[in-house]
Design a protein around this ligand. Structure first.
Ligand SMILES: [Zn+2]
Length: 230
């Protein structure tokens, strides 16, 4: 390097101002060129930086959008899970509620037991109560029959969820029809004195299945379900 620099200095000294001007002009040109190059570099760099920034911004926006979508999906999924859990809980509760056993009549006094009576068999329990006293479905079930019988008067037969069937007889009113679904405690009729009956009372029988006349002693049936009659 050193010999070249020395040679250039000698040339400038020998040729004078013109050359020096020319050198200056060249230097100016060079400087302008350099400046332009620098400016272009800067522009390019800025452009690159700008591109990068806008790409980053776009990527960030995309990430935000994806994150937003993921969060919305997660929210929806959590909401669906909550809804399903609530529905399952409600269903389980309804199931439990439906399987409760409740009294057929809340006030009344047993006047006849199941078994032999007056030289015949009495096929159910008699509960004496004022006319119009409400009668309740003992659990969830379906009304099998609701009709007027010459002996039983106003009569309804309900099959419960466990398959067993109750008969309520001598009612003053029947409030359900065949095919109706009943829940524990639903009012299905009212105490009366219809059919072959002497005084207002509920005659209740328990049978193992619909349309099977095979009366069972209601007392152990009720006891095993944790309820009493009257
Ligand atoms: Zn009876």
């Amino acid at each position: 390097m050193l010999p070249t620099v020395t040679a250039a200095a000698l040339v400038v000294t020998a040729t004078g101002a013109t050359v020096a001007d020319s050198t200056t002009a060249m230097r100016l040109d060079f400087t302008e060129g350099e400046a332009r190059a620098a400016t272009l570099d800067a522009v390019a760099q800025r452009a690159t930086v700008g591109d990068l920034a806008s790409r980053r911004q776009a990527a960030s926006a995309q990430r935000s959008a994806l994150q937003g979508q993921a969060e919305a999906k997660e929210r929806a999924s959590r909401a669906a899970a909550r809804k399903a859990a609530a529905e399952a809980a409600a269903k389980a509760k309804a199931e439990r509620e439906g399987k409760r056993w409740v009294k057929a009549i809340r006030t009344g006094r047993q006047t006849s037991n199941f078994g032999p009576r007056w030289g015949k068999t009495h096929d159910g329990l008699d509960i004496g109560a004022p006319a119009g006293t409400p009668l309740y479905a003992m659990s969830r079930g379906t009304v099998v029959r609701s009709f007027v019988d010459s002996s039983f008067g106003n009569k309804i037969e309900i099959q419960y969820w466990d398959g067993s069937v109750s008969w309520y007889a001598h009612m003053s009113a029947r409030l359900v029809q065949a095919g109706d679904t009943v829940m524990p405690g639903d009012v299905v009729g009212k105490v009366g004195n219809t059919g072959y009956s002497f005084g207002n009372h509920l005659h209740v029988e328990i049978h193992p299945a619909p349309r099977v006349d095979n009366p069972q002693n209601p007392i152990p049936w009720l006891r095993s379900r944790g309820i009493q009659i009257g």
